[in-house]
Ligand binder design. Structure first.
Ligand SMILES: [Zn+2]
Length: 323
């Protein structure tokens, strides 16, 4: 289904200092459709890590599949060098609360994989494993786990990509790839018959593109995470792209792994806190600063009630390899 959006005149022109919106036909790497720049919903969003803080990037939504695509320039090699989620890039361990959140997340992932039958004797690859914490977590439970991450020298062994796996999991990874279709092609080749692909990623179908004043530290800046998120799939676009390759949806889970009912142990609270701290992702990996967070009403609401309802803008989808 193709929908046409009326583009307000104010959105046709980027804010001062922004990278320009492409004038050429726009190719959707999620569904393969081309769109005219005149018929797409668009936004300009500030980068949300401090090292790139001055950059304002253009985004657009594919009218065919509702996925959101980045249109600004991106050099992954230099950008990931200052990526705050990487231990070596931020210069050491994160505060204890980050460790607790990461551990809860791994416990939830483990439970999900167990439900789908992960056990000893199966080989699992964590694609985009960052510092390899989940790989170590799985190995400690007797699972034959490996990790791959091209931005971490410890996990950049490309020979893993030519091996076969019973499981490939990627947590918040596919949206970082410039060519997710090629990635899905590879997963199909790399999975054993009956193997599972587990993708956790934001759902563009649930994300509203912000108005052109999005340079303020809006919580949506985290979902859009410019310039790192290149292709944010809608659920239906991801299912269609997977199905076209013989990967059939066999399970789904809505929410953010690691959320707990314990006050402030949920993603909404983390986003509300980052918003208070200027909208920077870096703030989540730094020691907590109580002021002015302690007087933020949205942060208190998110902290106390944020774990009660699953975080709808994030999805986990489990696909079974049919060949
Ligand atoms: Zn599309």
């Amino acid at each position: 289904m193709k929908t046409r959006h009326k583009i307000p005149e104010s959105l046709r022109h980027p804010p001062p200092g922004a990278f320009p919106f492409p004038p050429d036909p726009l190719f959707c790497a999620a569904c393969g459709q081309n769109s005219s720049p005149d018929e797409v919903e668009r936004a300009f969003v500030r980068a949300n890590i401090r090292a790139l803080g001055a950059e304002i990037h253009p985004l657009w939504r594919c009218p065919g599949c509702a996925s959101i695509l980045a249109a600004g320039p991106f050099d992954p090699v230099s950008a990931y060098q200052s990526y705050p989620m990487r231990r070596d890039a931020r210069g050491g361990s994160a505060p204890a609360h980050v460790g607790r959140f990461a551990r809860n997340m791994m416990i939830d992932r483990w439970r999900l994989l167990r439900r789908f039958g992960l056990g000893p004797g199966q080989r699992i690859l964590d694609f985009g494993c960052l510092d390899g914490d989940f790989v170590a977590f799985l190995r400690a439970r007797g699972i034959d786990a490996s990790g791959y991450d091209p931005h971490n020298a410890r996990f950049s062994d490309a020979s893993l990509l030519s091996q076969r796996w019973d499981w490939i999991v990627s947590q918040d990874v596919i949206e970082h790839l410039a060519d997710p279709g090629a990635h899905l092609d590879w997963t199909m080749r790399a999975l054993n018959a009956g193997g599972y692909l587990v993708i956790a990623t934001p759902d563009a179908g649930r994300i509203n593109l912000p108005r052109p004043d999005a340079m303020r530290p809006d919580a949506m800046i985290m979902d859009l995470h410019q310039p790192f998120h290149r292709v944010i799939f809608s659920a239906r676009a991801l299912d269609a792209a997977s199905s076209a390759r013989g990967l059939e949806l066999s399970g789904q889970w809505r929410g953010f792994a690691g959320d707990r009912l314990v006050p402030f142990h949920n993603l909404r609270a983390a986003l509300a806190y980052a918003k208070v701290r200027g909208g920077w992702l870096d703030a989540l990996y730094e020691p907590v600063q109580l002021w002015p967070a302690v007087i933020s009403a949205p942060l208190w609401v998110a902290g106390i009630f944020g774990g009660l309802v699953p975080f709808g803008r994030h999805m986990t989808r489990i696909y079974r390899c049919g060949n």
